[in-house]
Write a protein that binds this ligand. Sequence first.
Ligand SMILES: Nc1ncnc2c1ncn2[C@@H]1O[C@H](COP(=O)(O)OP(=O)(O)OP(=O)(O)O)[C@@H](O)[C@H]1O
Ligand SMILES: O=P(O)(O)OC[C@H]1O[C@H](OP(=O)(O)OP(=O)(O)O)[C@H](O)[C@@H]1O
Ligand SMILES: [Mg+2]
Length: 280
Amino acid sequence: MLRIAVPNKGSLSEVAAEMLAEAGYSGRRDSRQLVHTDTRNGVEFFYLRPRDIATYVGSGALHVGITGRDLLLDSGSGAEEIAPLDFADSTFRFASPAGGEITDIAHLAGKRVATSYPKLVDDFLLERGVRSELVKLDGAVESAVQLGVADAVADVVSTGATLRAAGLDIFGPVILQSTALLIGGPSPHPGSDRLLRRLKGVLVARKYAILEYDLPAEKIEEASAIASGIEAPTVSPLHRDGWVAVRVMVRRDDANEVMDRLYDIGAKGIFVTQVHAARF
Ligand SMILES: Nc1ncnc2c1ncn2[C@@H]1O[C@H](COP(=O)(O)OP(=O)(O)OP(=O)(O)O)[C@@H](O)[C@H]1O
Ligand SMILES: O=P(O)(O)OC[C@H]1O[C@H](OP(=O)(O)OP(=O)(O)O)[C@H](O)[C@@H]1O
Ligand SMILES: [Mg+2]
């Protein structure tokens, strides 16, 4: 049976559970349940702290897992990225009091840097020859400067609202671009390919829609240039002289603009439908 580590709490847990449900897996019913077996799909889910997932997968105790790239690197485990999962995108950055003296990583030498990701930050600073004192905190790291336990912080930044509210400004280079990942370890399992194919199918279904329209046949090259699809548009004859019916995948975000442009070159009966699942 394929053994999968999934986040039990925090910002990764909800989306990870939604993706697995969309991929056709059954999940736990109660948020306190730690293990769930989906016998139909031959998988066992272990609900673990996001921070611990790379440790379990890297040790070979579990075959694959869902976690953030930042958590994977901070764990120092031997687990490796299999594929990005397109959620929990964030950057990992240094920040210091707005208008203060710390505006470059060289200024961190001998200073106290608060973070929940000490290995990630230490590796980054040591590679650049900067020696700082790391203050390890569990969360709400942005308050560490105000409360006097650190001179600067290194933390996850998404909108930047939390930093601003704490009177901090980003400085220095990007430490890491993070995103949620499917990770694997030293003990591969044949079932993990199917899991990956299903998760990729969910990503495509979320990102793409099916666009269909009718078009005068002589316009087909022009229309294909506007929407060329993942491979190529499907063109079928219409029961009307000189017209064709076209079916093509488009990115959901672009659908309305594409529809306007197709309308402008003479397409009729243009509609978009949702993709529920996909395999490529
Ligand atoms: N605001 C955010 N936007 C995007 N990703 C985030 C955000 N906060 C945390 N993450 C990502 O979530 C993962 C951290 O998971 P974790 O469960 O610790 O989330 P959390 O929301 O910080 O939980 P906790 O409540 O335990 O602090 C990391 O990969 C991190 O990059
Ligand atoms: O840039 P923003 O959009 O403001 O988001 C970033 C914040 O989100 C996360 O905090 P979380 O809610 O997980 O709390 P935590 O600090 O206790 O982990 C992260 O640790 C930052 O503090
Ligand atoms: Mg957090």
